[in-house]
Design a protein around this ligand. Sequence first.
Ligand SMILES: [Cu+2]
Length: 166
Amino acid sequence: MKKIFLLVALIATTSSQLLFAQDTKPTALTPLLTSYYDIKDALIKSSSADASNHAGEFLKNITAVDMKALPAADMTMFMSLQEKLTFDARHISESKDIAHQREHFANFSTNFFKLAKAVKLTDNPVYYAYCPMKKSYWLSADAAIKNPYYGSQMLTCGKVSEILNK
Ligand SMILES: [Cu+2]
């Protein structure tokens, strides 16, 4: 029964990634944005287990990046951030402690934004939001503030500081 559930979940995830990819002319790095958003959404819900699972997906996606498919400048940027992104994603995936996951998510987001700024991951807007309480940033596909650092405790704390693909 559990296996069937996992299979259904896997198919659902895969097909939503395909849909997403079709809208947005993906690069080889676009799956990283998808799993970044999934981790962020899990932290908004304060679900440590989901954050851990999606960080595991991020690790799979970052390992699977086909470097040869990337333009030289994108590859250089990716390679300069790959280890840092992997480090924080691994800690998020291995932890069950939401506070610890959020600590890593702050660094993870700063590094991920460097990538998103240098490499076009999507045609859709990417909102770079700032939480003054946590003094940390996050990326979102939505202009509306939903704070991944505090979840329901302080859901709308923060402001958009920069927008990509406006
Ligand atoms: Cu850690």
